[in-house]
Ligand binder design. Sequence first.
Ligand SMILES: [Zn+2]
Ligand SMILES: [Zn+2]
Length: 114
Amino acid sequence: MSYTLECPYCEADLGEPDDCYEPTDHEHECHECSKSFIFGVEYERTYYPRKADCLNGGAHRYKPMIGAPVEHFAGRVRCEDCGEESRLEAKADTASGRAQRTNNNEGDDADPAR
Ligand SMILES: [Zn+2]
Ligand SMILES: [Zn+2]
């Protein structure tokens, strides 16, 4: 493994070739010996595991999205954990769960005692 590309024919150091961001085979022509060869690229993988309770039956942790234009992102939220995007419905003042109740017939189930 080397950090720069080396010609398999003349062993010239060809530096870091452009346009090889895909981990597939690439064709390259050596500027020293003018021979073409194939090289593969390997990238080091790094993992960043984190908990995502919403994928395990928990609630999404929605955070407001910020960006430009502001109007475009107004009322849009995105789950910090799984990245799911959602839209804030007209003022749900309680956290998730009960938001669905405020449909149209307000007061219907508000106080059955009266
Ligand atoms: Zn060469
Ligand atoms: Zn989520």
